[in-house]
Design a protein around this ligand. Structure first.
Ligand code: ZN
Length: 230
C-alpha cells in the first residue's frame, strides 16, 4: 500500500542549498533491486505567504527552489528518461550530460530563430548597423527551427532506444511509478515542525524504513487522485 512521507519545514530549509536526499535504505525505492546507486530527481519550490495575485501568476513572500533526490536502481533511473528527461539536467551521469546538451541546443535554436524574427520586424530599422542583414531573416528562422526539430527528433530516438532496451532486458524491466510529490503553500516559516513537503511512495516498506531513519511522520495514502505540485 502506498505511504506518504510528511517532511517537516526544518528539513526543507536545510535542503535549500544542497537538496534533500532520500538514500536509506540502500535498495531501489521503487522495485527493491540492488545495487541502487542512482537517484530520481524532482525540482521543487518552497513557497510561503501568498501575495496579491501578480500580472501573470501568483506571487509569494518566499519562493525558493530546491531539489529532492530519491534512491533508485539503474533500470528505474533510465526508464525515467522516457518521460522526464528535463529532470536529468543536474545529474552527473551520461544521461544527465545528454539532457544538458539537449537543453542548451534548444536554447541555441530558439535564440537564432528569435534573432531572425527580430530582423523581420521594424524593431531593427533598415538604416541601422544590422539593417543590411534584414534580408537574411528567413534563413535565421529556418536554421533555428531546424535545430529545435533536430534536437526533438534526436531526443525521441534516444528515448525509443532506452524503452526498447528495457523491454528486451532479462529479466524484463517492470516499470514502477516515480514518487508523487506535493509542496503545500505555507502561511509563513514560523513553525519548523509543519509539513512542507509530502512524498508518496508506492513501496510501503521502503517508505517506512526511510521515515523511521529520518524521524518523519507518515500517512496511509488514501486518495487515488494524483496531486503533483500544488
Ligand atoms: Zn528499481
Amino acid at each position: 500500500m502506498p505511504l506518504k512521507l510528511l517532511v517537516p519545514l526544518k528539513e526543507v530549509l536545510t535542503a535549500l542549498s544542497d537538496g534533500l536526499v532520500l538514500d536509506h535504505p540502500a535498495r531501489c525505492s521503487r522495485c527493491g533491486a540492488l545495487p541502487a546507486e542512482y537517484y530520481e530527481s524532482h525540482k521543487l519550490r518552497l513557497r510561503a505567504g501568498r501575495k496579491r495575485m501578480g500580472l501573470y501568476r501568483q506571487q509569494y513572500n518566499v519562493n525558493q527552489p530546491y531539489r529532492l533526490r530519491i534512491r533508485v536502481c539503474e533500470s528505474c533511473y533510465r526508464a525515467d528518461f522516457v518521460g522526464f528527461s528535463e529532470e536529468f539536467e543536474n545529474d552527473h551521469t551520461p544521461l544527465g550530460r545528454l539532457a544538458r546538451i539537449y537543453s542548451r541546443l534548444y536554447t541555441v535554436g530558439a535564440v537564432i530563430a528569435c534573432a531572425g524574427l527580430l530582423l523581420m520586424t521594424r524593431i531593427i530599422p533598415v538604416d541601422s548597423t544590422l539593417g543590411s542583414l534584414k534580408d537574411y531573416w528567413p534563413y535565421l528562422v529556418g536554421t533555428g527551427g531546424a535545430v529545435i526539430i533536430g534536437v526533438w527528433l534526436h531526443l525521441r530516438n534516444t528515448q525509443r532506444k532506452i524503452r526498447d532496451a528495457l523491454e528486451t532486458s532479462t529479466p524484463p524491466h517492470n516499470p514502477r511509478p516515480r514518487a508523487e510529490v506535493r509542496t503545500p503553500v505555507l502561511d509563513n516559516l514560523d513553525d519548523p515542525r509543519v509539513s512542507a513537503l509530502e512524498i508518496r511512495l508506492s513501496d510501503e516498506e521502503w517508505a517506512n524504513e526511510c521515515a523511521s531513519q529520518k524521524h518523519w511522520a507518515t500517512e496511509i495514502y488514501e486518495s487515488q487522485i494524483i496531486q503533483g505540485e500544488e
